[in-house]
Ligand binder design. Structure first.
Ligand code: HEC
Ligand code: HEC
Length: 488
């Protein structure tokens, strides 16, 4: 009995390593069983039973696959690039938390983050002149540098806390991304950052929250956030109770919103909803081929957009519209063009005969830089010939360089596409002087903008405290070890 007891104590002291190594445990267990068969008593039964229970737990722990406990990559064997990519997949789905935001499945519903199917192939064409490898390295180290069109600054710098991937782990993830439709490049690369220089932990810490989450939950309901947003554990408004202050729209589920977003982002989402718009939820109004489409911007790339509209009887339709098909709209004021959503511009410089058009590259208060036939050229916003837009009774809208005439005269003369055109003012419904024209795509948030006025500072702090509890802690998307073990 003494021997068995000693075995038992020794076994308990071995417990911390039990989950990693089942062997010592099994040995203790067997010794105990053998001794018990020799010296059978009630005390022995009890001890054996306890040991059996602990052994059972150790056994279960040993069954849990490596990937869901911590993956600790310290070295990569580049002689087998496929194996490195597999290790990268573990980081992608585990410590890196990439799969909490990204899908690798084109049939998945569009989310807040780009789908990464074929990213190994697509990465090469994202930024002109940048190869796939460099693009992926930049995407992981400086995600805000090259935002994928239509997505906000949501992706965390994964080398910083709390995710804190090591250089080795990032190399493995990149190999995994390259393996999605591309070639794995086994050449090592230097980190574009100096970990010693950057305080790796500073940014991720949430500010001190002094609010009361329970009161915040009440604000969430009384401000009618729940009219649009689903949160597990919060009921939507009762039928008939729905507010008439705004149109209820489909909005992101907020049940896990705090798991991957910091408080600053949440605060901004409420106070400045249009600053960063969750992809797939923005509202747009565009005109193409004379037809106006008003609805939700489902997706966007360099060439086209997909807009979902709803007919009067509630039927949803999706329209794919080429950006080149968008109508040019007359512009009266050349200030803040990009903020107003303009991405191309046609203007006639005072010293030129013909109008120039191009994509807007950048702008200042005085100038706008256009990409004209592949070359960037700056134009003054003030030395611009006046344009005029005339609207006929048939609904046609024509923009041309202004030559002469007003509505008080018999005719108005414009230069349209290089040739002079004379309009009889009797045929015209309205005319406006414009400075230029351009194509415009302005995405706004359908979320009401008056919360800053409706919510007091106290409401806001309670609301943020409530939102910060929404980590979906029970949901499987969040790996269990997050938050516990600060990575090295
Ligand atoms: C909190 C959500 C979030 C997490 C976590 C996240 N990302 Fe992202 N990621 C985004 C968003 C949003 C974008 C698009 C905006 C941008 O380009 O930064 C993006 C962009 C990317 C791109 C560029 C995609 C393209 O189509 O060009 C790559 C590659 C990428 N992420 C990889 C990763 C990897 C690998 C991880 C894990 C180590 C990860 N992301 C973690 C949100 C996230
Ligand atoms: C009229 C419907 C509507 C109401 C009411 C509304 N929202 Fe939203 N909200 C949206 C839509 C649509 C989006 C996605 C577009 C965007 O990013 O602005 C959104 C985005 C968000 C986001 C960012 C979500 C993400 O996944 O990144 C947060 C956080 C949020 N809302 C919080 C709130 C809170 C808190 C309230 C109440 C004070 C509220 N919303 C009220 C429609 C609404």
């Amino acid at each position: 009995m003494v021997v068995s007891f000693v075995a038992y104590i020794a076994g308990v002291s071995a417990f911390p390593i039990a989950s990693e190594n089942l062997l010592p445990w099994s040995v203790w267990f067997l010794i105990s069983v053998v001794i018990n068969i020799v010296l059978w008593s009630n005390v022995m039964k009890l001890l054996t039973f306890s040991l059996a229970v602990i052994w059972f737990y150790a056994f279960v722990a040993s069954l849990v696959p490596e990937s869901s406990t911590a993956v600790n990559l310290t070295e990569l064997d580049w002689s087998d690039p496929e194996a490195v990519a597999e290790q990268g997949a573990l980081v992608f789905n585990g410590k890196g938390q990439c799969s909490a935001c990204h899908t690798v499945d084109t049939s998945a519903p569009p989310g807040r983050c780009p789908d990464l199917t074929d990213i190994g192939l697509n990465a090469a064409s994202r930024i002109p002149g940048m190869d796939a490898r460099t693009y992926l390295i930049e995407s992981l180290y400086f995600p805000a540098n090259h935002l994928v069109p239509g997505y906000g600054k949501i992706m965390p710098e994964v080398w910083k806390a709390p995710i804190a991937l090591s250089h080795v782990e990032i190399q493995a993830v990149i190999a995994y991304l390259e393996s999605q439709g591309g070639e794995i490049d086994p050449t090592p690369f230097d980190e574009p950052i100096d970990r010693k220089d950057v305080s790796v932990t500073a940014e991720a810490l949430p500010p001190l929250l002094t609010g009361d989450p329970e009161l915040g939950k009440k604000v969430f309901v009384s401000a009618a956030c729940n009219a649009c947003h689903v949160v597990t554990g919060v009921e939507g408004p009762a039928a008939g109770e729905a507010t008439t202050d705004f149109e209820v729209v489909t909005a992101p589920d907020l049940s896990e919103i705090a798991a991957f977003n910091d408080m600053r982002y949440l605060e901004e989402s409420i106070l400045l909803p249009s600053a960063q718009i969750v992809s797939g939820y923005g509202a747009v109004t565009v005109r193409a081929n004379g037809i106006t489409y008003q609805g939700t911007l489902v997706s966007q790339d360099e060439e086209k957009i997909v807009v979902r509209t709803k007919t009067a009887d509630g039927v949803e339709e999706e329209h794919t519209i080429l950006l080149s098909e968008l109508d040019e709209e007359p512009i009266e004021e050349l200030a803040d063009l990009q903020a107003k959503g303009y991405f191309t511009l046609t203007l006639t410089p005072a010293d030129a005969d013909a109008p120039v058009s191009g994509a807007i590259v950048s702008e200042t208060a005085e100038t706008v830089t256009l990409n004209v036939n592949g070359e960037d050229k700056a134009f003054s916003k003030t030395d611009v010939k006046s344009m005029m837009t005339v609207v006929t009774f048939d609904g046609d809208e024509i923009v041309g360089e202004y030559v002469s005439g007003t509505m008080d005269d018999d005719e108005i003369v414009l230069i349209v596409d290089g040739s002079e055109e004379i309009f009889d003012t009797f045929d015209l419904e309205e005319v406006t002087f414009t400075r230029a024209s351009g194509k415009k795509l302005l995405v706004t948030s359908p979320m009401p903008e008056n919360f800053p006025l409706l919510l007091s500072v106290l409401d806001m702090s309670n609301l943020l405290s409530f939102l910060s509890t929404l980590t979906g802690a029970t949901a499987e998307a969040v790996p269990a070890e997050t938050g516990e073990a600060p990575a090295e």
